[in-house]
Design a protein around this ligand. Structure first.
Ligand code: FES
Ligand code: FES
Length: 161
């Protein structure tokens, strides 16, 4: 089987793959990075979002072989090495942006990509950007609030739900 090499969360990573191995399978099964979730496997739910060379990508839509030489960031790479949460993770905690948490890694990774592109998005821009991320608990309100808070905007007038 061919070998694939990439950088994952700042460290070199490699492994044997089949041509059909998806990036999400490589991350979860070969590297043991199970924070990236599989909610649908059909490119709809966004639970598998990671960053590939800085862009948000649904890792169930990409072959591992296509990530050869790429810089990948997963949810495991968001907190500081001492465990301090990334500001987006902290905002999700502070504003109750998660219920079951299954969608949360993908939401956080999408939010990080959004804020890198648009540091102070409006509420409707956040909602539009999250179109590809489904939360089956329907906890969108607090997710959007958390992302607005993570962008440094005042969310004190947005009611909690
Ligand atoms: S598992 Fe990739 S979009 Fe649902
Ligand atoms: S928090 Fe439950 S699916 Fe999103």
């Amino acid at each position: 089987m061919p070998e694939v090499k990439m950088t994952v969360n700042g460290k070199p990573a490699s492994g044997q793959i089949e041509g059909r191995t998806l990036l999400v399978e490589f991350l979860r099964e070969t590297l043991g990075l199970t924070g990236t979730h599989v909610g649908c496997d059909t490119s709809q739910c966004g639970a598998c979002v990671v960053h590939v060379d800085g862009k948000a990508v649904k890792s169930c839509t990409m072959f591992a072989a296509e990530a050869e030489g790429a810089e990948i960031k997963t949810i495991e790479g968001m907190a500081e090495p001492d465990g301090t949460l990334h500001p987006i993770q902290q905002a999700f905690q502070d504003h109750h942006g998660l219920q079951c948490g299954f969608c949360t890694p993908g939401m956080v990774m999408s939010a990080a990509a959004l804020l890198a592109e648009n540091p102070t998005p409006s509420e409707s821009e956040v909602r539009d950007y999250l179109e590809g991320n489904l939360c089956r608990c329907t906890g969108y309100h607090n997710i959007v609030k958390a992302i607005l808070a993570a962008s440094g905007q005042d969310v004190s007038r947005i009611a909690a739900e």
